[in-house]
Design a protein around this ligand. Sequence first.
Ligand code: BES
Ligand code: MN
Ligand code: ZN
Length: 517
Amino acid sequence: MGEIAFGPTGQGLRQMPENSLQKMRIVSIRSDGIARRKTVFIPLFQSQRLSDLPLIAQFLAQTRRLLLAFAQNQFKGEDGETKSLWLSSSGSSPERIVLFGLGEKTKWHERKEPLVARRMVRHAKAEKIDEFAIALIGSARLFSQNALMAEFEYTKYKERPKSGWPEVKTVFLGVEPRLIAETKKEIEQGVTMGQEVNACRELANTPGSDMTPAKLAAAAIAVGKRTGVKVKILDEPQIKKLGMGGVIGVARGSDEKPKFIILEYMKGLRGQKPLVLAGKGVTFDTGGINLKPEPYMSDMHMDMSGGAAVIHGMAAIARLRQPINVVGLIPAVENMPSGSSYRPGDLLKSLSGKTIEVLNTDAEGRVILADALTYALRYNPALIADFATLTGAAHVALGNYCSALFTNRERLMDPLGKIGRESGDYVWPLPLWDEYLAEIKGTFGDIANIAKQDRYGGAIHGAKFLEQFVNDTPWAHIDIAPRMTAVDSDYLAKGATGVGVRYIVELAKAYPQLNLA
Ligand code: BES
Ligand code: MN
Ligand code: ZN
């Protein structure tokens, strides 16, 4: 790949989130030390009693009467219920116990576990509790990761209040003494994950004027310096020379020049075919000449969420020292209307040689990803996975709680779904049948970027379009539009969710074992 040059260095790095990796401490302590902490958090199922919890019993002795009376009279343990009780103001600990209702035990499911840590941290922040102790239930790695995610707040553009931002400085995780060393390691991994998810959210939340293709490239370079991931940036002349007519076409309307970001982490066996990740990097999507109407445009600085997930997913893979080969490809552009914009009806020659008939300039993500997917084939990948805020239609189809999963290997559906469940970045399958391909056949070009006649099934049309550029390489497309922004039940700050980072890490761990035939 002789045409590759190193891109911008230095500029813009100082504003990047590299110096704001979260400071929250999570400390494993002996479970009998919980009672010596100021504030103790206790999760409880409906009808579960405090005396049923062996780890809590140790401090119950001092405070039993108060607690039981209170718990029985005022706390039902309903899902989402929280009850705070003060035990003492004299400095003897614990001063305060907070009960968190988990609802009926029979209605518990796996998606609720990560939310417990988040609820606790959000509660602590709201109540200005800067440290708390809990007896660990479940995995310390998941707890830590989710605690950090809940601690994150996007405050870069706000004036700092005199008293500072409420923050949870320390969480004490009580475990059996023999598990302390092991728990420490799990916490470290969870903290690493949480930090990278939050760094991804920081990038995605950054307004379009401050997160241009050049700034996204600079962020990738900064991540490369911090983690050892190799980063190369192709600039506009190089992108043009390569023949990426899709990237060039979409970028044409903007004053911001496109960048093509390449990340390489090759710590697997020599000759092991890599996992190639592609991420949509539209730093602002106005829709172009097919301008978006008012309510749909203001969130579109987050249209590079897939690209940010690839950058920080790879950062996490490197920091966790996974022995694998992973490549990340991010076409970064801004989609603007202007006198130089690409037009409806334009025919763009993609890197693959296929021409793309542009019927709608707002279906730009697939146009730039087409070139990235073709470029991916150069690496002879074992598997390609792309992450893109591709369609509002995916959001309409699935609602708020999972991304849309497509693959050209049906046997991968189950393992890819499982990766979603285990990572917390949930995915749900949609079909990729050839009936849908017929609807995006080009009239004057090889393939159209939207369905002209029948627009039902827009998420599938997007996926079917992308499939044309992977030849027959095993491939998964994750349309993360439904998870681009947080909803109340996420117990996360408003804005970007960091969707994709956790999925990418679990996918990287799992892919050597997948049956990709
Ligand atoms: N970036 C949008 C999709 C999107 C919308 C993501 C809302 C997250 C939230 C994408 O580029 C787009 O505009 N898609 C169009 C496709 C249509 C023109 C076929 C859409 O979904 O309306
Ligand atoms: Mn668009
Ligand atoms: Zn878009």
